[in-house]
Structures are given as structure tokens and as C-alpha cells.
Design a protein around this ligand. Structure first.
Ligand SMILES: Nc1ncnc2c1ncn2[C@@H]1O[C@H](COP(=O)(O)OP(=O)(O)O)[C@@H](O)[C@H]1O
Ligand SMILES: [Mg+2]
Length: 329
């Protein structure tokens, strides 16, 4: 039994993109010749994920996140390199692999649109050949923690996006997979729905040691959930490490939130210290940690204006990722 849940070695995936000649004459020319371009969607990535890890897979649109997940689930065949999931090569062992992984693609459902949720679950039980007692036990557990009780008899098309996503996540876990792949699971959800999904993912990762690879645009998801972050840019991994290290090494900008007792406190900032946001008597003041230390900035503020409340913010993953991208491009 390999220790790694996922092992990716120098993985590449090229897509051939046909370029049509434009216009009427172009469409005639298309009959005789088609130009094509190669897109290196994955350009040699290597990655090891251990059992029980919760990894955030971050990247801008088109970076190659979904392509990676499609290879790991056996939907796509790599151009070169190797991907192993639980020791198996996914596209060569698609069914065997499927029984040990769960997948959620945020933009589409794996449930049957016109069927009540419960019937979709039963169909999935049959497809995965999940044994009865374990399946029932799981359904009960998932129904409880995801709050599905009142949803089971509702046809999928009548669910809200947040309800549907909860059902989709339950569906992906009914057969008790060791690994869960989530591709943009919180896309389009309101804060409340996001929050319940985040709490649930944290819980199953802790309680069941489910290995989770999560791609999301929402850096708050990553900040809250993922101890480890992998950042992908144009098919290449540009950062792979712990969230806390990311913050320590790259999170140079700190923000102090101050509530003053008066509208226009007599403060003058310079040397990179600046007000980045204002709201009535509250101001958010940012500074570079390498140039100033927090106590120096805070001392200046409280010595020069009457302060009601003051709060030092942790650097946000979202801001750090933005600066890393700016450096690379
Ligand atoms: N089936 C396909 N055919 C051609 N190009 C594709 C295909 N799937 C993805 N791509 C291209 O590969 C790149 C990576 O896509 P994808 O993995 O979906 O990115 P992400 O999920 O990070 O947004 C993009 O440039 C995308 O246009
Ligand atoms: Mg994608």
C-alpha cells in the first residue's frame, strides 16, 4: 500500500486546437487545410499528496486545474508522464479507480435531473456496487451532517444551487471513497451555503481522514480549509507548500483595522504606510512588514489620534496569490 494517495510525475497534457480560416473563402479553404495549434494545458507537473491531506489547487482560468482532475479521475489520458491514484493509473483502471474516489464538478450535477434525490442516490449505489449496510450507514451520516432530510424526496431540478451542491457532495461520498476531488464546488453559492459546505468538508477530512483536492476561485475557501496550497500557472506549478509558510514568506503586506473616535484623525502616513479603505470612523491601514513592524505602526496611530478599537489582520491568501501571479507574469 503506497503512502501517497496521489502521485503525479512530470505530467503533460496537450490539446490540439483547430484554427478555422475565417469567412466564406476561409470555409472553403478549411475543406483542404486545417491549421492547428498545440495547447500545453499541463506542462510537466509533479505532485505528491498524502492520505488525509487537504490540498487547495489554485490557479486562474485556464491554468489546467480541471485538466488535472480529469486525468486523476480517468476521464482524460495524459500526453506523457504519469499520474497514480491509490497506486492505480486512472485511465487504465477507470472503474476500479472510480470506486475509491469521489468527484464533484461544480458546474454540473451527477444527479438525475428529474428524479428525487433519494432515487439518484440509489442508482449511484447500484453503479458503485456499494454494499447495503455501509451505504445505509453513510446515507444516514451524510444526510445528517449535510442537512438533507427534507431534500431527499425533491426532484433535483427543484433544488436551489446550494441544496443541489450539498446533494452532489453527498452523492460523491456515498460509496465512502478515500479521496475526494472537488472542482469549484462553491461556485455561485451564497455565503451561507458556502459556509455549510466548508464546515462539512473540514469535518469529513478530520473525522474520516478523507484526502481532499479542492480547486476553487474562492480564496476564502482555501484560506479556511487547506493547510497546503498548490498554485498552478499556465500548466506549471509555481508554488507548492504550506499555507502558513505562504503567508510567512509572501505575505509582506499587513493591514491594521482601526476604529477612531473622531471622523478625521490627524494622521500622516508615509514610506509605504497607507490607508487602503475607509468607512465612517473605521480605517484600514496597510504597511510592508519588511519595512515596519506592527507595533511601530500601531504605536504611531494610538499616540496621534483617539482610538476606540484596533485590530491587526492576518495576510489573506487571496492577496498573496495575486502578488505571486504579478511576479510571475
Ligand atoms: N478538451 C479541450 N480541448 C482543447 N483545449 C482544452 C480542452 N480542455 C481544456 N483545454 C484548454 O486547456 C487549458 C486548461 O484548461 P482547464 O484545465 O479547464 O483550466 P482550469 O480548470 O484551470 O480553468 C485551457 O487553455 C483550456 O482552454
Ligand atoms: Mg476548471
Amino acid at each position: 500500500m503506497p503512502e501517497e494517495a496521489i502521485k503525479i510525475t512530470n505530467l503533460k497534457k496537450d490539446f490540439r486546437i483547430n484554427e478555422s480560416h475565417p469567412g466564406f473563402l476561409g470555409s472553403v479553404r478549411n475543406l483542404f487545410s486545417r491549421k492547428h495549434k498545440i495547447k500545453h494545458a499541463l506542462d510537466g507537473i509533479s505532485l505528491e499528496i498524502k492520505k488525509g491531506d487537504f490540498v487547495g489547487y489554485v490557479g486562474e482560468n485556464g491554468a489546467g486545474k480541471s485538466t488535472t482532475i480529469k486525468i486523476l479521475t480517468g476521464i482524460l489520458v495524459p500526453t506523457s508522464g504519469e499520474a497514480r491514484v491509490n497506486g492505480l493509473v486512472p485511465h487504465e483502471n477507470r472503474i476500479k479507480n472510480a470506486k475509491r474516489i469521489g468527484v464533484v464538478f461544480g458546474q454540473r450535477t451527477q444527479l438525475w435531473w428529474d428524479l428525487p434525490v433519494r432515487e439518484s442516490f440509489d442508482l449511484l449505489q447500484a453503479i458503485y456496487e456499494a454494499p447495503e449496510p455501509a451505504f445505509q450507514r453513510n446515507l444516514e451520516y451524510l444526510g445528517e451532517v449535510l442537512g438533507l432530510k427534507d431534500l431527499l424526496s425533491v426532484p433535483v431540478r427543484k433544488l436551489s444551487l446550494g441544496q443541489r451542491m450539498r446533494c452532489d457532495i453527498a452523492a460523491s461520498l456515498l460509496h465512502e471513497p478515500e479521496i475526494l476531488f472537488l472542482d469549484e464546488p462553491t461556485i455561485g453559492l451564497d455565503l451561507l451555503a458556502k459556509d455549510s459546505i466548508r464546515k462539512f468538508l473540514k469535518k469529513i477530512n478530520a473525522e474520516k481522514q478523507t484526502t481532499i483536492l479542492l480547486t476553487t476561485h474562492d480564496m476564502e475557501d482555501i484560506d479556511y480549509l487547506c493547510e497546503r496550497i498548490v498554485i498552478l500557472d499556465e500548466g506549471k506549478i509555481i508554488f507548492d507548500g504550506l499555507r502558513d509558510d505562504l503567508k510567512r514568506y509572501y505575505g509582506r503586506t499587513r493591514v491594521v483595522e482601526v476604529e477612531f473616535r473622531e471622523e478625521n484623525p490627524p494622521l500622516r502616513f508615509e514610506n509605504g504606510v497607507q490607508i487602503v479603505r475607509e468607512e465612517n470612523r473605521k480605517k484600514w491601514i496597510s504597511f510592508d512588514r519588511e519595512k515596519h513592524n506592527a507595533s511601530e505602526v500601531i504605536t504611531y496611530i494610538v499616540n496621534h489620534a483617539p482610538v476606540k478599537d484596533i485590530f491587526l489582520h492576518e495576510p489573506r491568501v487571496a492577496d498573496i496569490v495575486k502578488t505571486i501571479y504579478e511576479k510571475v507574469s
